[in-house]
Design a protein around this ligand. Structure first.
Ligand SMILES: NC(=O)c1ccc[n+]([C@@H]2O[C@H](COP(=O)([O-])OP(=O)(O)OC[C@H]3O[C@@H](n4cnc5c(N)ncnc54)[C@H](OP(=O)(O)O)[C@@H]3O)[C@@H](O)[C@H]2O)c1
Length: 265
């Protein structure tokens, strides 16, 4: 319980869902938190729920679609806290549109928010972690980072890209004391499907039936925090939908049959 006490932890996508749940769990463990997302009012709501004193809390709103000032954002964190122990690259959004109906600007935006922002923020915190001789990068991927799926082309591509980048990053930085955890949630009950983008660039605005009885964000957050504490390299978290990841690895032909019969929702 005490291993996160006074640790400085920056969470993106902290205004709802999994990020909010991670923030509230870490607050119970007396971590010092930086909460980021676009909606400042929602971040302030989460900040109030943490009940942390202002000294241990920072609300830092920004848009992950433009992280060109990532080093400036990291400098703001360092100015207040003096160090960054853990960066949780969690913010992102999903897709509900067929690959060939989706305009290029929507494909690019999915990559920008779900992939490049994590690279950019990690590059920005890395010099401080190197100086501290340690740190932890947590990346929220998805089971869509393990196989492509209906209506998820660029979302899945971005999540796959995270694995390629951060598995390389892990090899290159672990001798500096930097640990990397890849998290692949299956179905977690959040607004991820409601907030998913359509081919028209609008919100899908409906919760997928498969999410309605899924694992709660709170339970998911507890698994993620346990995996950070145990220095795990990869965590699959969710319910029975995770089985398909194992089926793909060990029975690829069976996987090909099953995946075609799955509902996109
Ligand atoms: N729920 C699942 O079943 C599931 C499964 C696999 C992976 N995941 C991943 O888990 C992560 C969290 O998603 P969630 O399920 O908690 O969904 P969510 O409730 O929709 O939360 C998404 C978070 O990302 C932030 N965000 C989205 N676009 C942003 C942008 N352009 N700039 C800054 N922040 C942005 C949102 O905040 P603002 O709107 O305030 O900006 C929000 O805090 C995502 O990476 C998602 O891909 C979720």
């Amino acid at each position: 319980m005490k291993e996160f006490k006074d640790k400085v932890i920056w969470i993106t996508g902290a205004s709802s869902g999994i990020g909010e749940a991670i923030a509230l769990e870490l607050a119970k463990r007396e971590a010092r938190l930086i909460l980021s997302a676009r909606r400042a009012e929602e971040l302030n709501r989460v900040a109030a729920l943490t009940k942390l004193p202002p000294l241990d809390l920072m609300v830092l709103p920004f848009d992950l679609s433009d992280t060109t000032n990532a080093s400036g954002l990291a400098a703001q964190v360092i100015n207040k806290f003096g160090r960054i122990d853990i960066l949780i690259n969690n913010g992102g959004y999903s897709q509900r549109s067929e690959a060939m109906e989706t305009p290029m600007d929507i494909h690019r935006q999915l990559m920008e928010v779900n992939y490049f922002s994590a690279v950019n923020l990690t590059q920005a915190v890395y010099p401080y972690m190197k100086r501290q001789k340690g740190g932890h990068i947590v990346v929220i991927s998805s089971i869509a980072g393990k196989f492509g799926f209906y209506l998820r082309s660029s979302y899945s591509a971005a999540k796959h890209a995270l694995h390629g980048f951060f598995e390389s990053f892990r090899l290159e930085t672990e001798n500096q004391g930097i640990k990397t955890l890849m998290v692949c949630p299956g179905k977690i009950k959040t607004n991820v499907s409601v907030n998913a983008v359509t081919a028209k660039g609008e919100k899908h605005n409906a919760m997928d039936p498969s999410h309605q009885n899924a694992m709660s964000a709170e339970e998911c957050a507890q698994h993620i925090i346990r995996a950070i504490g145990r220095n795990e390299e990869e965590l699959l978290v969710g319910g029975k939908e995770l089985l398909i990841v194992k089926i793909r690895r060990y029975f690829p032909k069976l996987f090909s049959k099953i995946v075609r019969k799955q509902s996109p929702y």
